[in-house]
Design a protein around this ligand. Sequence first.
Ligand code: ARG
Ligand code: ZN
Length: 876
Amino acid sequence: QTIHLEDYRPTDFVLERVDLTFELDPKETKVEARLIFHRREGVSPAAPLVLDGDELRMTGLLLDQVEISPTLFEATDDTLTIHGLPETAPFEVTVTTLLSPETNTKLMGLYRTNNVYCTQCEAEGFRRITYFPDRPDVLAVYTVNIIADKATAPLLLSNGNYLGGADMGDGRHFAAWFDPHPKPSYLFALVAGDLGVVEDTFTTASGRTVALRIYVEHGKEAGASYAMDALKRSMKWDEEVFGREYDLDIFMIVAVSDFNMGAMENKGLNVFNDKYVLADPETATDADYANIEAIIAHEYFHNWTGNRITCRDWFQLCLKEGLTVYRDHEFSADMRSRAVKRVAEVRHLKSEQFPEDAGPLAHPVRPTKYREINNFYTTTVYEKGSEVTRMIATLLGRDLFKRGMDLYFDRHDGQAVTIEDFVACFEDASGRNLKQFSLWYHQAGTPLVTASGSYDAEKRTFSLSLEQMVPPTPGQSTKEPMHIPLRLGLLLEDGSEAKAATVSGADLTEDVIHLTKRKQTVLFTGIPSRPVPSLNRGFSAPINLHIEQSAEDRALIARHEIDLFARWQALNAIALDNLVAATTQARSGLPVTCDGALVSGLIAAAADDRLEPAFRSQALALPSESDIAREIGSDNDPDAIHAGRQQILAGVAAAGRDTFTRLADDMASSGPFSPDATSAGRRALRNSALSQLVYGDKGPERAAEAFRAANNMTDLSLALTLLAHRFPDAKETAEALAAFKQRFADNALVIDKWFAIQATIPGAGTLDRVKTLMADPLFNGNNPNRVRSLVGTFAFSNPTGFNRADGEGYRFLARQILDIDPRNPQLAARILTSMRSWRSLEEVRAGHARNALTEIAGAASLSADVSDIVDRMLES
Ligand code: ARG
Ligand code: ZN
């Protein structure tokens, strides 16, 4: 069943108040929901009340405390319909349901994880707790009473402020919570169990004291101190940069080990995948620290962008997600290095969102239809949504963007709104017309901009011709031209920037030209010599850009651009050109050649002590095999891509040996471990240099030595990865894997890394390894992190292993999907999206992939989640 945006209409009944009482029990939890409604003005007196439900067992239904006659209601699998309700007066419906948290393997609604009761309600999990108008535009004030066994659940938490509690004398106790802020049901949360806590306080700008609590498993409290620090920094940053203060007496975070996603912004009670809370030097990598900082911030920022102002319906998901990702990106940029952060964002966008936008799952940032909303928590909604917000900031400039945001907070606080409402705030605050710009929300597909320049020495003019094309995507065969803000600079031979006397052919604000037509020619006058255009500085627009440019011109940008991101971009473009050529050579059995400009450019960037180490490490990282596949676009042979890339790597490793040896030394740290960005950058550069050296090695000794010497998880996991990927069959590798497993056997998050490192060993043999690992006692098919670390990582991040020419990788995945789906459909559907680029494979592999997808599609009783994905992947 497909839901359409155009079918939106408000509910017939207004929900005024919600009173929930939970009597918790692992097998039989009783929920009593008292809901006060009144009929909306103008709604027919005959209209029934229709509530949502999902796998519910209802044992009682009262209207104003009196049992409702069976002739007046009807309960089906997914709805409860009640007739004969008062015409105008408010009334109270009391629904009693019985739940079994222990057997709830979908991890939606109320479930148990490690003896802790917890909930996940976004998007449509609340209807698994009670019958309810489970949609984001129904905002109500909640009171929650929790009753539970005192011994096993000393801790009873819900949203809002604590009202009070008491012992019940029978081994049970209760607690009551009240959340004064009207909220939609997807922000409801309940947690109960026996957990350790880390406490702190934060004083807001207006002087209120907020209690901060992070709950983790007993014994893991020390691991939450970095998360607590990140939380306090987030609260302060949101006050300073967006003027947003926290609005309750207490803010709580609970870390759980079974969770389908990263984290959830429930009002006042965020629930996190423990992977994004727990960190110490021995077990967390620098990347883990950075993720924790970003996700703690993200969920906290939702308090305003998502909770105080929420979505009218789920089509508007990017209203909260795109905006909140933009806010967490800006936060991380302020906490760390802005340029390095931008490079990492763009790498992520290109490797995850661009393939989605180019394949069968492509959809607009603001979709107009869906079958299963869980499948729309995508990189398009999140990351492209963030880029669209960033472009608004670019178009308006800092001050007008801020004015627009302030207007948004002012005008819509307490409301459930749309993307149109959001955009209108920026139009009203700036006086600009953003109609054409809004196409970014509505047209799917990554725009392609083709550029070419020509210099007229006599007239001293430079003309830049630009043409945009938005490719067709499912359901959208033709597209309108978009408003593309393109930041650019013209570099002269000596690396300085040319200042044009006049610019015509496009609107220009500072260094941004505005492309609004299909074809545009921009003329720059007063240019003293042939310039090298550096286009899309800072990645001002999420586009593919094609420009014929020599490696020498690109190298000039890589050396001299004032925008560091543009330097990285230029180096990356040289590398990509080479890697695409290397693929062709490898595929036809020719020797692989490597451009001198690439090798010298990479080594020069890595060696440049004026640049920060984290940036130099990014510069040294070649595009991934999937980046190359995306660049080639069709008829892909993952083995040829791998072979060509290995040869280029070997060339760089050989030419840069001296530099890398020096860097591995220079960047070595003494002193105690610190997770700060500068120290992390030094470790990153050192490990990049070490990786290059190991590529050039004949034996595993150096990598094995690095493994022995490592005194933090960043270095240790990198050394283990080098051993496993470069020398998979060496005795040293087997020993290191065994030692690592033994040392961390009781730390699930580290064991996830152990699985992931082995799942990404290149080559056809890894499938057998993965199958063997699935039989390991440490593998657990019910824990989402564990399944993702082995099966997910293999399918998403092992191009040669997964895309075996004989199709066995796809057959394996199909069996896994069918196995996981009945237990946890969301997890199954998510992992299945690893096949989103199957149509760009060469025909033999594509044939195998189609067969595997067809096998899934034909299976009996698929979940809505998996059948939605598989059907879209197979459509035309
Ligand atoms: N709102 C959460 C976040 O991004 C994610 C919830 C994901 N929900 C889902 N059904 N996939 O912070
Ligand atoms: Zn979010």
